[in-house]
Design a protein around this ligand. Structure first.
Ligand code: 5GP
Ligand code: MN
Length: 336
């Protein structure tokens, strides 16, 4: 990889659709590390859609292009690249509308990722570690192995952000010391976790907070005896509250906030498309569940998928499948 990076003239870095902190953090983190890894050429940063508002504070988000605003520039950059880094995705299909251009690109493709079941034959070099906390942590260790002095303030800020968001602010089951060692590496560069936390989690609009209340009151069903709950929101709900699809990120986590509820889902209709996010805090493997039933995947405790069925039918299907796979401890009781 060192040779490839040093000899490349035009690198493209791309991550997954509906990018989160780990996707954008690893893309921008790598971008800020590449010069110290011996890359002196031109970089194009791509994402399948726009950067969400709460991640715009990351340095150089303005350099990222997307096919909604610049479709030709995206496919041209992928065709012109002599090296492509795919970060935080396990499959070409995860770049959605950019998939044909990514697959058609003839240059070497490097995968840096921590999702399960990578499409290994679609990449030339594969760094796939499903047990690591985040792609940002993995990127940090790869960069450090290539050049122990490669870290800098901008990269540290981006990589810290992804490690923070993908671990639920260091709350999910991360029992590996390496995460905290990686965090310590970034902290040497004057990173301020409280400031980052405010940018990430305390910068929502008033409409968003009202909408969250609506979701919890009117759009959440809790099946206490099965140990799951789900939230469902339609295009009409989003329109009523003036909410953009990226603002839905994070709301699914409220499905797990209750004692005894170990599996959660959020069914989202956006622009007529139906997507589902799954979360778990017990043993239930939501990666397999999303793979089996919703053409998706991700991690054992956080996954997503899609449905081609209408929104209402999908809501019923999610409910029925979860009831089938999660045994009731007693008589099923619908609280809301
Ligand atoms: P989210 O629910 O936040 O969209 O996604 C949770 C996790 O599952 C993320 O790591 C995301 O990359 C992954 N994920 C979401 N949707 C899909 C999908 O359709 N396919 C695959 N392979 N992974 C997904
Ligand atoms: Mn990730």
């Amino acid at each position: 990889m060192r040779q490839l990076t040093m000899s490349a003239k035009h690198v493209a870095v791309i991550s997954h659709v509906n990018p989160d902190g780990d996707a954008i953090g690893s893309e921008l983190g790598l971008h800020h590390l590449l010069p110290a890894l011996g890359f002196e050429g031109h970089q194009t940063l791509l994402l399948p859609n726009r950067v969400p508002r709460n991640l715009l504070f990351l340095p150089d988000t303005d350099l990222i292009i997307n096919p909604c605003d610049q479709p030709d520039a995206c496919s041209d950059a992928l065709a012109a690249a002599d090296l492509i880094f795919c970060v935080d995705l396990n499959n070409h299909s995860r770049v959605e509308t950019l998939q044909p251009a990514l697959t058609a690109a003839q240059c070497p493709k490097v995968l840096i990722d921590h999702h399960h079941d990578p499409q290994e034959d679609a990449f030339d070099i594969v760094f796939s570690y499903p047990d690591i906390s985040s792609t940002c942590e993995l990127t940090l260790w790869i960069a450090e192995a290539l050049n122990p002095n490669s870290m800098n303030y901008n990269a540290a800020l981006c990589l810290y952000t992804g490690m923070c968001t993908d671990t639920g602010s260091f709350a999910y089951s991360n029992e590996q010391p390496s995460l905290y060692e990686a965090v310590a590496r970034t902290m040497k560069f004057d990173i301020h976790p409280a400031w980052i936390h405010n940018q990430l989690f305390c910068s929502e609009s008033i409409a968003h907070t009202r909408f969250l209340g609506f979701c919890l009151n009117e759009r959440m069903r809790i099946f206490e005896d099965y140990g799951f709950s789900y939230i469902f929101v339609s295009d009409a709900d989003l329109k009523r509250f003036g909410i953009e699809p990226p603002e839905l990120d994070g709301i699914v986590n409220y499905t797990l906030s209750m004692e005894g509820i170990d599996v959660g889902a959020m069914i989202k209709e956006t622009f007529g498309k139906v997507r589902i996010s799954f979360r778990a805090k017990g043993d239930f493997d939501v990666n397999r569940f999303a793979q089996r039933h919703f053409n998706g995947g991700g991690h054992t405790k956080a996954s997503g998928g899609t449905s081609s069925l209408p929104f209402d039918v999908t809501v019923q299907r999610v409910e029925e499948l979860l009831k089938k796979e999660l045994k009731p401890s007693n008589n099923q009781q619908l609280i809301r």
